[in-house]
Design a protein around this ligand. Structure first.
Ligand code: CMC
Length: 433
């Protein structure tokens, strides 16, 4: 960070004493004020619940300009990557920092595809769950349990083990998600096929059955790949920060990714894609939209329009633009034009993007508003939407984890607090309370 030091200094005055705080300039985005020595110098903490003004780390992986609606991975705009690249190439870019040469890509794809199978003993883990368990519950458990199966890649101090763990996680997540799905519908598990690309393999593990031949439709496979690409990384979001915090204690990567999956599950984060489609279905018909818009604006009603709004984007989510186009392609291919959920989605988008409340608060459709429509058309149940997000985001979590572990300045994350509880008081015996 010292290389980024600016000539600017922030000055803070507390009770008449001035404190000078160094400032840094990032490659892009706002300058940051370094408060690391503030407590030692002034005995005060800063207060920022929800991290609205706090850079928790420095990072070179992903950049978001929320006002412009721009998302860059290692400098490359997401719309270019979604159009010209594919998921495994983006994985390479995120993990290693540069676009691969043809040989590097071939080698990486080979390494990923040779790790797609799961330890056979893990089948029993799946069978221990109730059939009606949410696939995210299964994923949290099974990914955490990988540390019980892959002992040779849990030592985070060994760069080779870190590399093997990274490739294993990218390779095995689709297998785990597909198995969670198959288990929930009572069908036999389908093994990975390494002659298929990443997205096609996932589709065949989810939708093929041993009794019939299955051919992957290339347009659906492209749409699946795009969904993976658009969700690959998103800077220091809640689940990524969870992975970083969990890893900062030195915990093994499988346990840390399981923590990320748990955080992603919430409806304010990755769970929003499931919640958005369920909301569209609940609205049901276009004439009921005003009722839901009114509820979203009502301060006394906790209801929110799912798939709208973002902590960072105060403009159209760039991923949503690509996702919307992808939704049109998939629905066209499948001949779905008069689907009532789609009609509600289109009308809701139109009304909300013209409504004063949403304009003033800069609430635009986010990636989750459209992804559910595509996944639904492909035949996935809503419960699989968030597991698919988890499959895609795994590479982002791992890239951020690797970056953190490889940083010699890494420290355990240990936030402080504004304590508002009782002052010191003496214990009172039960008979005197
Ligand atoms: N519907 C109605 N009002 C909203 C919505 C919404 N979806 N989102 C924010 N607001 C209002 C909110 O009530 C608040 O109003 P006021 O200033 O009057 O109190 C204002 O907008 C700011 O909201 P906030 O909760 O302070 O903003 P935040 O940055 O903490 O929350 C968010 C961001 C994504 C959690 C929120 O917009 C939300 O809950 N959206 C719905 C869930 C969703 O779609 N999540 C997916 C995010 S994209 C995928 C991902 O990153 O995981």
């Amino acid at each position: 960070m010292q290389d980024n030091a600016t000539t600017k200094t922030a000055r803070l005055t507390i009770d008449g004493t001035d404190y000078e705080l160094p400032m840094y300039s990032p490659t892009a985005g706002p300058d940051v004020v370094d408060i690391r020595k503030l407590y030692a110098q002034a005995q005060v903490f800063t207060y920022d619940p929800g991290f609205t003004s706090t850079a928790a780390t420095d990072s070179s992986i992903t950049f978001i300009d929320g006002d412009k609606g721009e998302l860059l991975h290692r400098g490359y705009p997401i719309d270019q990557l979604a159009e010209k690249s594919h998921y495994l190439e983006v994985c390479y870019l995120l993990l290693y920092g540069a676009l691969p040469t043809a040989e590097e890509l071939e080698d990486f794809e080979l390494r990923v595809t040779s790790h797609t199978m799961l330890h056979e003993q893990m089948m029993y883990l799946f069978r221990g769950f109730r059939r009606d368990a949410h696939p995210m519950a299964i994923m949290v458990g099974v990914v955490g349990a990988m540390s019980a199966f892959y002992h040779d890649s849990t030592d985070i101090t060994d760069p080779w083990q870190r590399e093997v763990a990274s490739v294993r996680l990218v390779a095995k997540m689709p297998t785990i998600a597909a198995m969670a799905y198959k288990y929930s519908i009572g069908q036999p598990f389908v093994y990975p096929r390494n002659n298929l690309d990443y997205a096609s393999n996932f589709l065949q593990m989810c939708f093929s059955v041993p009794a019939e031949d299955y051919e992957v439709n290339p347009i659906l496979s492209r749409a699946m790949d795009r969904i993976f690409t658009l969700h690959a990384d998103h800077e220091q979001n809640a689940s990524t920060s969870t992975v970083r915090l969990a890893s900062s204690s030195g915990a093994n990567p499988f346990a840390c990714i399981a923590a990320g999956i748990a955080c992603l599950w919430g409806p304010a984060h990755g769970g929003a894609n499931q919640a958005a489609l369920e909301m569209l279905r609940e609205i049901g018909t276009v004439d009921r939209i005003p009722e839901y818009i009114a509820r979203a604006k009502d301060k006394n009603d906790p209801f929110r329009l799912m798939g709208f709004g973002h902590r960072v984007y105060k403009n159209f989510d760039p991923r949503a633009k690509v996702m919307k186009q992808s939704a049109d392609e998939v629905l066209d291919l499948l001949g779905i034009h008069d689907n009532p959920t789609l009609q509600v989605a289109k009308e809701l988008e139109k009304i909300a993007t013209h409504d004063e409340y949403f304009i003033e608060k800069k609430l635009y459709p986010n990636v989750d508003f459209y992804s559910g429509i595509i996944l639904d058309a492909m035949g996935f149940p809503t419960s699989m939407f968030t597991p698919i997000f988890a499959v895609a985001r795994t590479v982002g979590w791992i890239s951020q984890w690797k970056e953190m572990i490889e940083d010699p300045a890494m420290k355990i994350g240990r936030p402080r607090q504004l304590y508002c509880g009782a002052s010191r008081r003496d214990y009172v015996d039960v008979e005197n309370r």
